[in-house]
Design a protein. Structure first.
Length: 628
């Protein structure tokens, strides 16, 4: 292709590579155009984006027609290509784009791509793109041109000024306060020294473990962006074959913003163990809360009475072990409850693999390595397999010998035969965790039948006692009344016996259209309830993975929460800052929400027990109720 050859000659440092997934062939590392042989230049089927190029990546023909019409309104020249996969690329070349820094070019691309509602992941010059008239790396189908409009393109002053203001705002991002524990991190830390002096090949969780922790460590050291670039750029280029620096920069940005800020020494030790490397850190075991348990071998028909002065002799303190740190104790009957399409199955599959492979749940919470049985009666086999594939890719797991499934086997709690078979399999294979997806599919009858619920919980307790397992059950929430929110405990479908009998309940909430979710404890007998946590689900550039991590980014949190929920948080923040133990609606005049939203927010706070109302409707006051 003549235009592509001209652009390679103009930008000789553009990187190229060859991948053929159908025949499992690939170059071991990317090469720049100028260092490649003629044979390699002919073979390469993937390249990075040129400095003067913007690509609109579209999936549907209808979307293509709409975007093309919008492009024509701006009188842009363009070429349209079938990608060789399932979509279309509109290539735009701008005369004044290359005059900016790489970061500036990426920002300009993102701004224009976002305007046309195309895939924003194609905004970085580190992004791989199919070459013109070459076979697609997945399908083998050739990328073909289907339309061209010759015209010189220039980015308008209006767009340039808008993006310049964004860059200035980003440039003013303050360096985090130095953490004393990370003084001289890049000189003394054993993990950093290992990364600095060893090759880290693919399939070593570079994007899930290595990059995030390095970024957090360097930011906590108190280094600025330029200092980190100077340290890390040669390390990434020399020690991470196939990786580009901008992939690390994505994690660095999250660390500067505070979206990620927990340096996970446990995760690094597990990474070392999985890769036959000596552990980097000497860590104490997980600390557990104490719970008193009566030790006795009495028959069930006997009753033992214990006088107070006999307690030290007859009762022994043992530690509660957290299967998932702060969320699920070992031996719990735990419900994970949410409305339809709230990513419950995705979350539980992620949990299953984290526990099975001793990875950090949500890239944040320690787990105890255990074998897991996932009993699926909810999702069709293709849907379930698709979820598992995305989760494993997100966690960089090829396969696991510690996670086993049943898929649509029509299992029923009431069946003694089923119980016996499950108990035998669980004990024979040393299974320690069982996931039931979802509760309603495992029994006949009504969820509102208190007698039936009591019977089912007896089954679960017997199953737990016979197998010594932790039981996790997916369950659905009822529809809430947006104008008059209910206590979340009342939203669980079925009899109130479910809430009463469960050891712990984790609520999952997803705002419509968002890929992030909110997790919180509805109930936790073993310890303090975890308050709302915002979880991001990163689908990757090709939308084929599900990497889940907790974020502290305020913007992400606001996107995931409803307006009344955001208002409720602001009310609590306001009354806490002003040290109000009692307040009225008049005291909330500075809260920038309409009266209807404030009313709904107060109802949310009242239902969750954060405030207690008193007085008449006209003269109502609210007492701040600090959670114990």
């Amino acid at each position: 292709m003549i235009i592509e050859k001209k652009l390679f000659n103009k930008y000789p440092k553009t990187k190229i590579t060859f991948i053929d997934k159908q025949n499992n062939k690939a170059w071991p590392k990317w090469k720049t155009w100028e260092e490649s042989s003629e044979k390699e230049r002919t073979e390469a089927n993937l390249r990075c984006i040129f400095p003067n190029e913007i690509i609109l990546d579209l999936e549907e023909k209808e979307q293509l027609n709409d975007v093309e019409n919008e492009v024509l309104k701006n009188n842009y020249g363009y070429t349209i290509w079938e990608t060789g996969s399932r979509g279309y690329h509109i290539h735009l070349f701008f005369e004044n784009l290359e005059n900016h820094t790489e970061n500036g070019r990426n920002k300009l691309r993102k701004y224009i791509i976002k305007h046309y509602k195309a895939d924003e992941s194609k905004s970085s010059e580190g992004t791989l793109i199919a070459r013109f008239n070459k076979p697609h790396f997945k399908t083998g189908e050739t990328k073909k041109q289907i339309k061209e409009r010759k015209e010189l393109n220039f980015i308008s002053k209006e767009i340039l000024n808008t993006v310049r203001r964004q860059l200035e705002k980003e440039h003013n991002l303050k360096v985090k306060v130095k953490d004393k524990n990370f003084e001289n991190y890049h000189i003394k830390d054993p993990f950093f020294k290992y990364i600095q002096h060893n090759i880290i090949p693919d399939n070593m969780e570079r994007n899930n473990v290595v990059f995030p922790n390095l970024a957090i460590g360097l930011v906590k050291e108190g280094l600025n962006k330029d200092e980190i670039d100077n340290i890390m750029q040669p390390i990434i280029e020399n020690n991470f074959p196939g990786k580009l620096y901008n992939e690390f920069e994505g994690w660095l940005k999250k660390a500067f913003e505070g979206t990620i800020d927990t340096y996970n020494q446990v995760q690094i030790n597990i990474w070392c163990k999985n890769n036959n490397i000596q552990e980097m850190y000497d860590l104490k075991p997980i600390e557990y809360a104490l719970e008193s348990v009566i030790e006795t071998d009495r028959a069930d028909s006997e009753i033992e009475f214990i006088w107070d002065n006999e307690i030290p002799i007859k009762i022994k303190d043992i530690k509660i072990e957290w299967l998932v740190e702060n969320w699920i104790p070992k031996g719990d009957i735990c419900f994970i409850a949410g409305k339809a399409a709230s990513f419950k199955t995705t979350l539980c599959a992620h949990l299953a693999y984290c526990v099975g492979e001793e990875k950090l749940f949500l890239n944040e919470y320690k787990t105890i390595k255990s074998k897991v049985l996932y009993a699926n009666e909810e999702n069709s086999v293709p849907i379930m397999l698709g979820i598992l594939k995305r989760i494993k890719k997100g966690l960089e797991i090829k396969d696991s010998k510690n996670v086993v499934f049943t898929l649509l086997q029509n299992l029923q709690f009431e069946s003694n035969e089923m119980m016996d078979k499950m108990v035998d399999f669980i004990n024979d294979n040393k299974i320690e965790v069982i996931v039931f997806d979802s509760f309603r599919r495992f029994f006949l009858g009504e969820e509102n039948d208190a007698t039936l619920m009591n019977k089912l919980f007896n089954f679960l307790k017997i199953l737990r006692n016979r197998t010594n397992t932790t039981i996790i059950i997916l369950h659905h929430l009822k529809k809430d009344n947006a104008k008059n929110p209910q206590d979340i405990r009342d939203l669980l479908r079925g009899s109130s016996d479910i809430v009463n009998a469960a050891d712990s309940i984790i609520g999952v909430h997803r705002k419509h259209g968002q890929s992030s979710i909110i997790l919180q404890h509805i109930k936790n007998r073993a310890g303090q309830e975890m308050e709302k946590r915002v979880i991001n689900i990163d689908a990757g550039e090709e939308k084929d993975k599900a990497y889940m991590y907790e974020t502290r980014d305020l913007e992400e949190k606001n996107r995931a929460m409803s307006k009344p929920e955001m208002c409720a948080e602001e009310i609590i923040s306001h009354v806490t800052t002003e040290k109000m133990s009692v307040f009225s609606k008049k005291d909330l005049e500075s809260i920038d929400y309409d009266q209807s939203t404030i009313k709904r927010a107060l109802k949310i706070l009242e239902n969750e027990g954060s405030i207690i109302s008193s007085g008449t409707t006209r003269n109502r006051s609210f007492v701040v109720n600090v959670k114990q």
